[in-house]
Design a protein around this ligand. Structure first.
Ligand SMILES: N[C@@H](CCC(=O)N[C@@H](CS)C(=O)NCC(=O)O)C(=O)O
Length: 281
């Protein structure tokens, strides 16, 4: 049992003290879900190896009762194993692959593209001693282009990224959480991406009335408002300009892709249409 119910978390922070890393965010949510307190070891990108006594070059890392655990999924699995009587994070073994699929989709659809919009703020918001390192490493990651050049044209890309999140909106229209009636680690992984977004977005990424907002707001409020750090930006407020795609679908099909197999009735209209019959009530 964690001494004083507290685990030590090595954070990855911006100058504001807000966490930047989505993997650290997921871990923070996971620790709070377990009802554990956190002793935060603060710091930015510079000196991770020194801070952790050579244990890792990447964060998160936690220490529980003197035991080091590295890697966000490993930490979540460790917490479930060590604290089985506390609220479950993963539970069924099928949750991990499904959550990984969801998260990979979100990275491909939005996190990666958003990165190309917010890299300058990502650097500028980091602690001053990180600026040079973040610039050099992120420019290398993006093929040697300057951060200032990478973000050019972002006002044209942001509406498309928002529009591309429709599948996620469809699922959350039908379900309160990815975990069902209550959040689990599948929610934490996805929420962590939006917490990362809030940590770096110096211009809004989603419409004020985006249907994702309900789940995001409930998620940021979890565990005493863990996602309400004052260093985070408002991610809502993107405006649709002439020529932009709709930022989200205001008239989703009653039985669209994410809800068509939710009972016999959900495909009745489709059956009727493909047989040239009139759909029933
Ligand atoms: N597999 C690791 C990945 C963690 C990771 O990539 N962390 C990044 C921050 S988002 C990091 O520590 N980067 C250090 C650096 O960029 O030097 C996990 O899931 O915890």
């Amino acid at each position: 049992m964690a001494a004083n119910n507290t685990v030590t978390l090595y954070d990855l922070q911006l100058a504001s003290g807000a966490t930047i890393s989505p993997f650290v965010w997921a871990t923070k949510l996971a620790i709070a879900h377990k009802g554990l307190d956190m002793e935060i070891v603060p710091g930015g990108f510079t000196g991770i190896e020194e801070r952790t006594g050579g244990k890792t070059q990447r964060l998160p890392a936690i220490v529980d009762d003197g035991e080091w655990i590295l890697d966000s999924w490993t930490i979540a699995e460790y917490l479930d194993e060590k604290y089985p009587d506390r609220p479950t994070l993963i539970g069924d073994p099928g949750i991990r692959p499904s959550a990984q699929m969801n998260e990979a989709w979100l990275w491909q659809t939005a996190v990666g593209p958003w990165m190309t919009c917010y890299l300058v703020a990502y650097r500028d918001r980091s602690v001053p001693e990180d600026h040079e390192y973040v610039t050099a490493t992120r420019e290398t990651m993006f093929g040697g282009r300057k951060l200032e050049d990478i973000i050019v044209g972002r006002e044209d890309r942001l509406p498309r990224i928002s529009a591309d999140l429709e599948l996620m909106r469809g699922v959350l229209r039908e379900n309160k959480w990815f975990g069902g009636d209550s959040p689990n680690y599948a929610d934490h992984r996805m929420l962590a991406c939006f917490l990362w977004l809030a940590s770096v977005c110096d211009t809004p990424a989603l419409a004020e009335d985006d249907p994702l907002r309900d789940w995001i707001d409930r998620g940021f409020d979890l565990y005493g408002g863990i996602g309400r750090h004052p260093g985070l930006s408002n991610i809502f407020g993107l405006k649709q300009r002439a020529g932009d795609p709709d930022l989200f679908n205001r008239n989703p099909m009653a039985n669209g892709l994410t809800s068509r197999n939710t009972g016999v009735k959900s495909t009745a209209g489709e059956t009727a249409r493909m047989k040239g019959q009139k759909a029933g009530a």
